[in-house]
Ligand binder design. Structure first.
Ligand code: ADP
Ligand code: MG
Length: 228
């Protein structure tokens, strides 16, 4: 069974009488453990597609199965529970909670979705902070960290609940070249270590090179598939 199975997905946005097909008749299948990127020009539908895989949005047409579950049939609460159980997210803007320390940011999803005893939770948070090279900076708040450090924390937060899939929307867009390369290498290491599937949306040639499969979108259509 494929991890993600999208069949003839379309997403139409309406504003007034104008309709925009953000995605049109997209079918794809993603296997567990892939390190894969959706690429294409701005407005081509990358984020829309990532959000549909991430159960953050519903398609207008078509079916989306994630781990065998038809996620288009889930209501808001069920989708939130599914995300908490199976998915992790990394965003371009990091989206850390500013008033929480690095430690607390990573701990947060565990408090929400896993009822683990405090010792197990602490051990897991520290394991992830160390894995992303941030064990020493656990007490810092986001405004005391560099962009690269913030994205490391975001990667730790995405992985802390041991999701099967991490969805990362332009995760290197706010990072300089060297930092971006380090964060990409870190995510690949995490894939190798934990078997987590990584799905990116990106413009970044560094991610395209690192990706093992690249799906090219243009005007909402999946036009090409490249394997490196
Ligand atoms: P990308 O991530 O590749 O830049 P998006 O998925 O964000 O592209 O957008 C694809 C298309 O859908 C664009 O034309 C965009 O303007 C449109 N779009 C995205 N979100 C919305 C929305 N909430 N309402 C209306 N149009 C949208
Ligand atoms: Mg986008």
């Amino acid at each position: 069974m494929a991890l993600v199975e999208a069949t003839s997905i379309s997403k139409i946005y309406r504003s007034g009488d104008v309709e925009v097909a953000a995605l049109w008749d997209v079918s794809l299948s993603i296997e567990a453990g892939e390190f894969l990127a959706f690429v294409g020009p701005s407005g081509s539908g990358k984020s829309t597609l990532l959000n549909l895989v991430g159960c953050l949005d519903h398609p207008s047409k078509g079916s989306m199965k994630v781990m065998g579950t038809d996620v288009t049939a889930l209501d808001r609460n069920a989708a939130a529970a599914f995300r908490g159980e199976h998915l992790g997210f990394v965003f371009q803007e990091f989206n850390l909670v500013p008033v929480l320390s690095a430690y607390e940011n990573v701990e947060y999803p565990l408090l929400m979705v896993r009822s683990w005893p405090p010792e197990k939770r602490h051990a897991q948070v520290m394991k992830l902070l160390k894995a992303v090279g941030m064990g020493e900076l656990a007490h810092k708040r986001p405004d005391q960290l560099s962009g690269g450090q913030k994205q490391r924390i975001a990667v730790a937060r995405a992985l802390v609940s041991e999701p099967q899939v991490v969805l990362a929307d332009e995760p290197t867009a706010n990072l300089d070249h060297d930092t971006a390369n380090k964060v990409i290498a870190l995510m690949k290491h995490m894939r190798d270590e934990f078997g987590t599937t990584f799905i990116f949306s990106t413009h970044d040639s560094k991610i395209m090179e690192a990706a093992e499969r690249v799906l090219l979108l243009e005007d909402g259509r999946l036009i090409k598939e490249q394997k490196s």
